[in-house]
Design a protein around this ligand. Structure first.
Ligand code: BTN
Length: 266
């Protein structure tokens, strides 16, 4: 289990990660967070040592073996419109990427919600919102990071595309430290959104650490069979993807509706 005092040792936030609950096993920390969210302060975090039904994007499952990795969900209560959920995905991705950078772990962001090392997946982010009368009541930011996972722990079907921090640098790193570093960044980026209604610092990181800008990638739209080969040009000020399409025209891709593959990018 986590030592919360160790997290606070590194934590310099006002409210993100300042309230905390942890479990040995849950179905999904996002589900737990949803239950708790009605009566909890903003910034509360749910942590678990394992998940029996860890959720990934696009209905996938998230591989969640015991005590190896980080599975956590942050509960936010922004006063905002549903479209801000996407912004929180970018904020989470930038926070994880920056935290890893601060720990000397070189990584790339695969827009919008994956963190890669050497083209393989290290971390996934799943944001879910809870609406009350068409207004956002809470947003759950679920983050899964492969920390001390070993090659032999990984199911064969995801072996080629999965990596952990330990597999990258052979170091056993304190999960508490990683978590605190993520929260420190998260609060800064999130306050920028709340106070100034911008995610500029977030997008600076998303662009600087992008795995796909200036690369040719294959884009597959949800539910469609066609795979499009396009070049990624940039990320817009709203966090959308700017591409050059098959007709050499500029086009905007909105997150949440596509999966992306590229050379060296699983
Ligand atoms: C993805 O890449 O598809 C998103 C994966 C998100 C996984 C995390 S683990 C903690 C939280 N609880 C869940 O059930 N999912 C997220």
């Amino acid at each position: 289990m986590y030592n919360y005092n160790k997290i606070t040792e590194y934590l310099d936030t006002q409210y993100i990660g300042r309230t905390f609950v942890q479990y040995e096993e849950v179905d999904s920390t996002n589900n737990k967070a949803k239950h708790i969210s009605k009566n909890c302060p903003e910034g509360m975090v749910v942590l678990a040592e394992s998940q029996t039904a860890g959720k990934g994007r696009l209905g996938r499952t998230w591989f969640s073996p015991k005590e190896k990795n980080i599975y956590m969900s942050l509960i936010l209560k922004p006063n905002s419109q549903p479209q801000n959920v996407v912004k929180l995905t970018h904020i989470a991705a930038a926070s994880v990427s920056k935290a890893l950078e601060e720990l000397n772990i070189e990584n790339r962001i695969k827009w919008p919600n994956d963190i890669l090392i050497n083209g393989k997946k290290l971390c996934g982010i799943l944001c879910e919102m809870i609406l009350k009368k068409k207004e956002i009541h809470s947003i759950i930011v679920g983050i899964g990071i492969n920390v001390n996972l070993e090659q032999s722990d990984i199911d064969s079907e995801i072996k080629d595309k999965t990596i952990s921090i330990k597999m990258y640098n052979n170091e056993k790193i304190e999960r508490e430290k990683i978590i605190a570093y993520i929260f420190n960044n998260f609060e800064r980026y999130y306050n920028e959104l709340k106070d100034y209604n911008t995610i500029k610092s977030t997008l600076d990181i998303c662009k600087r650490n992008s795995a796909i800008i200036n690369k040719y990638v294959e884009i597959n739209k949800l539910g469609k069979k066609t795979i499009r080969k396009v070049k990624v040009l940039d990320i817009t000020d709203d966090g959308e993807l700017l591409i050059k399409n098959e007709k050499d025209e500029k086009e905007i891709i909105i997150s949440g509706e596509v999966s992306i593959r590229g050379e060296g990018i699983y």
